[in-house]
Design a protein. Structure first.
Length: 406
């Protein structure tokens, strides 16, 4: 999921604002305590769950800022109502990532990065772009929302040198393939999976060197295993679920989950309905089943959340956008009438998940790890490699300059 949309209205159109619809900025800021809309969205959330969310660094490791984002919206700033939805969510950091590929992927991603950087700048009172891992905690401390820029494909890397180019433009995570074969490897819906190519291995090596996180969420089984083995650094499955609980090609095998964890990686569990369960009902409790499964396989330190949706979810998209989205995926995705999971389909979804984890018996410390602590640890480890890369690069340049001067 998460294909980059080029048509339709932008962020949080009126049909998708839910309880915020019709409430102006004055109503939002004049209510004592939390805004009325926040109180309504969180009405069924317990005090302990709210307290944990207040403490948590919440990282949605695949959270597009909008599913309907368009070129028109790039020129706009958020309204007060739309900004309030983000604040209500309790999310500290969104990994804002879309599937951008095709024959013009390099140019397309250049435009994509420029557009999103501009959008964040126009909404600087709410968002802050992530450069280093400590920017996530800084956003939490300042009451802002951190935006991690990623791409759900790596077709824009024409050579290994392009990894550094896009890092400098702000990209911090790159998914190797998006469902289908590219130069790096195979996707989850390919009929045959040939694994990571030589070119793919060179890109992984450069990502390791420069400090960009490798993501294999949409990769095929062999490509996933190859990437885990080839990478000298831990990698991530930012948004997938467990095939042991739901036989779906986009989900990950126990073998892959174990090997990911053995290298220090983290897996984000998604709330896309057909990835959560193959039958009805499908609720937030079944999302916790996948968290349970990863925790039991690997330990609690290797599981997090990557919703693979924006604040309001797929089912609130316009009928036209919904139809276009469904048509862009193979039949093996097995979409049902609804795309979102019950109890995990509004801006308060992380509160509902926290509530469900507490009901399941998870302790506070474990909930804090799941909500974002585990991904925060992984991102800190991977992104700190960039400092060593810069030192090594500077040393080489100094050595070259010294040699040229002799």
């Amino acid at each position: 999921m998460g294909a980059f949309a080029a048509k339709g209205r932008g962020i949080a159109s009126p049909s998708r604002r839910g309880l915020l619809k019709g409430f102006g900025a004055a109503a939002l800021v004049s209510a004592p305590g939390m805004a009325w809309a926040q109180q309504a969205l969180l009405a069924d959330v317990s005090g302990p769950a709210k307290a944990l969310m207040d403490r948590a660094v919440v990282i949605d490791m695949l959270g597009p800022l909008s599913l309907d984002f368009t070129s028109d919206a790039f020129r706009d700033a958020l309204t007060a109502e739309e900004a309030e939805e983000f604040r209500t969510s309790g999310v500290t950091a969104f990994h804002n990532s879309y599937g951008v590929g095709g024959p013009d992927a390099h140019q397309s991603v250049l435009q994509y990065m420029a557009a999103w950087n501009g959008f964040v700048a126009r909404n600087a009172g709410l968002f802050t772009l992530v450069d280093r891992a400590e920017d996530i905690q800084a956003a939490k401390d300042s009451g802002k929302i951190a935006v991690i820029m990623g791409v759900q494909n790596s077709s824009h890397f024409r050579t290994a040198d392009d990894v550094e180019l896009f890092y400098d433009l702000g990209q911090r995570v790159s998914q190797l393939t998006y469902n289908s074969q590219n130069r790096l490897g195979s996707g989850s819906t390919d009929r045959v999976d040939g694994g990571v190519s030589d070119f793919g291995a060179s890109i992984i090596a450069k990502m390791n060197e420069i400090g960009m996180l490798v993501d294999v969420s949409h990769c095929g089984d062999q490509t996933t295993l190859d990437a885990i083995e080839i990478s000298e650094r831990p990698i991530a499955i930012t948004h997938s679920n467990c095939r042991a609980l739901n036989d779906h090609p986009r989900l990950k095998t126990d073998e892959a989950i174990r090997k990911l964890a053995a290298k220090g990686g983290v897996m984000g569990i998604t709330g896309v309905r057909n990835f959560v369960r193959g039958e009805e009902p499908t609720s937030v409790e079944h999302i916790v089943d996948h968290i349970d499964h990863v925790a039991q396989l690997t330990g609690i330190e290797h599981v997090g959340v990557g919703t693979d949706t924006d604040l309001n979810g797929y089912d609130d998209m316009s009928p036209e956008m919904n139809k276009m989205l469904r048509a862009s995926y193979k039949g093996s995705y097995a979409f049902r009438d609804k795309l979102d999971t019950d109890g995990f389909d509004d801006p308060a979804k992380f509160y509902h998940l926290t509530e469900a984890l507490l009901r399941r018996g998870y302790g506070d410390d474990d909930v804090l790890l799941i909500m974002g602590g585990n991904f925060q640890r992984l991102l800190t480890e991977i992104w700190s490699d960039h400092d060593a890369y810069l030192e090594k690069k500077a040393a080489k340049e100094a050595e070259k300059a010294s040699g040229d001067g002799e």
